[in-house]
Every structure is written in structure tokens, then in C-alpha cells.
Design a protein around this ligand. Structure first.
Ligand code: DGL
Length: 274
């Protein structure tokens, strides 16, 4: 019998689809399962304990579906749950399985992108308060100064399909101004939340043109491809039949409608209770 070990991709809601889209474009032969915990999204303002508990439940669900490798395509979950899952839970669940996040790969490359060594981060309150970007960037590029801005309204704006409506402009301008007031030498801004790429056209509209805005899709894909190359034992385990399935903890009708916007093509999801 053919083995079915897809790569699991997890997000609190739709944001991880901006990462999955890039995985599928660059690694089309692999099998992927996407799980969006839409019923409990957003995670951004929740406590460490809650984000950890929800994320672990979703990772366990993806393991039960056959995944040997799970990518937390969510900065908030990567910031608040990844370390504990890697260090505490994985050894007890199955030491052969792996869970990877999005903050480390992003932090790894930022030193190559900035000339002023002043980098801005837009992220959820949870990610900002965790200090994860500061900690990770310090490891790779200690000379970089990191300026963070929490944007609590941005995920709801995206989740509720308001990202391209006129109301979004107010909150986008507000957070851009606040971030740029922290330093006038920022030349690179990381979108440290996988929901934010949908806001990119409006963000670019209000940012001075010399500032680079970095979305994570390409970076995380480069990092996953590199990981699989360095770990042939994991790569051999990942099944490659070009299959793609989507699961949501909330309504499939709403998921399919919204997910198509994030993913750029039709999506047919299955409901799952967690
Ligand atoms: N996509 C998640 C992230 O990257 C959004 C978190 C949320 O649910 O608030 O942080």
C-alpha cells in the first residue's frame, strides 16, 4: 500500500493559506493538508496558555491524519506554542515527528535585506509581546534594531473580508504612522502575521516607497525546501502525489468562500471538530 504522509500546514484561520499557496507553487509534487482553526480565530489577543493548548490540539489532529511534519504557518502560534511543543510534547508524542514555525526562517534572512539595520515588524499583539522576533533576529543579526507595532485590528479586518474596503485604510495608516514614529531609519518592514499579505496593496499605498515590505511566503518555502534537502529521512517520508486537502473547525461554506481569496483558487474544505 502507498504511504500517505502529507505535510501539515496550520493556522488559526485563513492566513496560513498565503504560505501554503507558495508551498504548492514551488513544491507541487508534495501532499499537503491545511487546517484552519477558524472557529477559535483570531489567536492574536489570546493568552500563552490558550494559544499553546489550541495549537497543540491542532498539531495532534494533523498527526492523527498522517502528517509527520507540520508547519505552523502562524506567527502567533510560532511565538507562543512552538518551543513548548518541540521541547516538551514532541518527545512524548513521537520523537520522529517535527513541527516547524515561521519566525525563525524570517529572522534568519532579514540581515540580508536591510541596509540601515533598522527593521520594523507588524504583527499581532501576541507575537509582539512574546518578543520572539527580537530574540530570533538578535541571534542571527545582533547589529539590527527591531521596532515592533502590534496591529490588533488587522486580522479581524482580513478574516471578515474588509481588507480591501475603505474602512481598512484608517487602521493601516494608523499603524504605519505609529511604527514610523519609532524610527525614521527603518528601511525594511516584515509582515509578521500570515494574514497581512492581503493588506499589502493598501500598506504599500501608505508607506514611503523606499521602504521594503516583506511577506513570508517565499522565505518560509525556501526554508522548508532547504530543511527537506538537509533531512532526506524526513523528505523520504513525505508523500508526493500532488494531493491537497483543507480542513476547518468552522463552517465549510464560509471557509471555501474566503479561502479562495487567500489561496487564489477554488477550495473545498471538510469540517473537523476539535
Ligand atoms: N496568521 C496568524 C499569525 O501569523 C494570525 C493570528 C491570529 O489568529 O490572530 O500571527
Amino acid at each position: 500500500m502507498q504511504k500517505q504522509f502529507p505535510i501539515g500546514v496550520f493556522d488559526s484561520g485563513y492566513g496560513g493559506l498565503t504560505i501554503l499557496k507558495e508551498f504548492v507553487a514551488r513544491m507541487p509534487e508534495y501532499d499537503f493538508i491545511y487546517l484552519g482553526d477558524n472557529a477559535r480565530a483570531p489567536y492574536g489577543n489570546r493568552s500563552f496558555e490558550t494559544v499553546y493548548e489550541y495549537t497543540l490540539e491542532c498539531v495532534q489532529q494533523l498527526f492523527d491524519m498522517g502528517c509527520r511534519l507540520v508547519i505552523l504557518a502562524c506567527n502567533t502560534a510560532s511565538a507562543k506554542a512552538l518551543r513548548t511543543i518541540q521541547q516538551h510534547d514532541l518527545p512524548a508524542i513521537d520523537s520522529q515527528r517535527r513541527v516547524l514555525g515561521v519566525i525563525r526562517p524570517t529572522s534568519e534572512v532579514v540581515g540580508r535585506l536591510t541596509a540601515t539595520y533598522q527593521v520594523g515588524i507588524f504583527a499581532t499583539s501576541g507575537t509582539v509581546n512574546s518578543g520572539s522576533y527580537e530574540i530570533e533576529i538578535e541571534k542571527f543579526s545582533p547589529h539590527i534594531r527591531v521596532f515592533q507595532e502590534a496591529c490588533p485590528m488587522w486580522v479581524p479586518m482580513v478574516e471578515y473580508n474588509e481588507f480591501d474596503k475603505p474602512g481598512a485604510d484608517y487602521f493601516i495608516q494608523q499603524h504605519i504612522n505609529r511604527l514610523l514614529n519609532k524610527s525614521d531609519e527603518i528601511d525594511t518592514i516584515i509582515l509578521g502575521c500570515t494574514h497581512y499579505p492581503l493588506l499589502l496593496p493598501k500598506i504599500k499605498q501608505y508607506l514611503p516607497p523606499h521602504i521594503k515590505v516583506i511577506a513570508q511566503g517565499e522565505i518560509v518555502t525556501d526554508s522548508l525546501m532547504d530543511y527537506l534537502q538537509r533531512h532526506p529521512e524526513m523528505d523520504n517520508m513525505c508523500s508526493k502525489n500532488k494531493s491537497l486537502s483543507f480542513f476547518t473547525t468552522d463552517s465549510t461554506t464560509i471557509f471555501d468562500e474566503h479561502a479562495a481569496i487567500f489561496f487564489g483558487q477554488e477550495v473545498h474544505s471538510v469540517h473537523i471538530h476539535i
